[in-house]
Design a protein around this ligand. Structure first.
Ligand code: 7PM
Length: 266
């Protein structure tokens, strides 16, 4: 009998006992996976966003993740006002589709704005560790994904270093869960994520995938995002992210077999 893993996120209660797919809607001009196709000369192309979202839902995505700040290695930080200008129209459009919307952000002001716009999950890529982030969500009934990142996107890949990457990531996630529960965020609202590609070498990422059970038994559902990332390219020899579908599917199946409840996919 699969263990039912419920996620309470806004007006949605997701049963993650069966793994589900989180579709990625990147609204950054330099999206690594689709070259910024949803971002035209006049900013975000909402028609293209709606079409992509409807296609992803038709193909089985249970929720959609919107990212307005490129967190790819070396990416420069985006001002919160610019990030909000990119993501708010998208969140409003996707909420109208009736699908749970997650927003990939670290900024507390962006968090508050997207919650007001109807986002169901905050994809906290900095683990709600930034000043003001925990306070921004503790009173809301939004779901929260706590992700591990070593350093910041601009520098995180320069020299990632761990005593034991799996134990270090597990300890960070356990500490963030405890901080959220202490701030009044119920465990049923939480997800954790090891943050593949965020301050990790390919060897670190492969160790995390091999020993994924160490972070799938923290008492909350596990989200994994390996889709089209550099490590898939290293293993398959595919330098073009758009040609990494097969490797991404293989990694997703391995992750699900090792306890992942949500698979983040492009
Ligand atoms: C390098 C290339 C780093 C691409 C990050 C990316 C995740 C995420 C992203 C993840 C969660 C991309 C990503 N990756 N949120 N946001 N987990 N929770 O796929 O693995 O564009 S950005």
């Amino acid at each position: 009998m699969p263990v039912t893993q419920l996620l309470q996120c806004g007006r949605y209660r997701l049963d993650l006992g069966t793994p589900c797919v989180m579709g990625v809607i990147n609204v950054t001009p330099d999206s690594f996976s689709d070259g910024g196709e949803l971002f035209g000369p006049r900013g975000v192309d909402l028609g293209a966003v709606r079409a992509r979202a409807e296609q992803m839902c038709a193909e089985g995505a249970a929720l959609l993740d919107v990212g307005g700040e490129s967190t790819r290695p070396g990416a420069a930080p985006v001002a919160p006002a610019e990030e909000m200008a990119r993501v708010l129209p998208v969140v409003e459009a996707l909420v109208q589709l009736g699908v749970p919307v997650s927003v990939d952000t670290s900024d507390p002001d962006v968090m508050r704005a997207v919650l007001a716009a109807g986002a169901a999950i905050l994809n906290a890529v900095s683990g709600l560790a930034r000043p003001g982030a925990l306070a921004a969500v503790s009173g809301a009934d939004v779901g929260v994904c706590l992700m591990h990142m070593q350093g910041e996107p601009g520098t995180m890949q320069q020299a990632p270093r761990y005593a034991d990457v799996v134990l270090d990531v597990r300890d960070f996630l356990r500490q963030r869960i405890d901080a959220c529960v202490a701030a009044g965020i119920a465990p049923v609202r939480l997800l954790v994520d090891p943050g593949f590609g965020f301050g990790k070498t390919p060897a670190h990422n492969l160790a995390l995938l091999a020993r994924l059970h160490a972070v799938s038994d923290l008492g909350v559902p596990l989200l994994v995002g390996l889709s089209r990332k550099g490590t898939i390219g290293v293993v398959t020899g595919q330098s073009d992210a758009r040609l990494r579908m097969a490797g991404s599917i293989a990694a997703a199946v391995l992750a699900a077999a090792r306890g992942a409840s949500e698979i983040r996919a492009h």
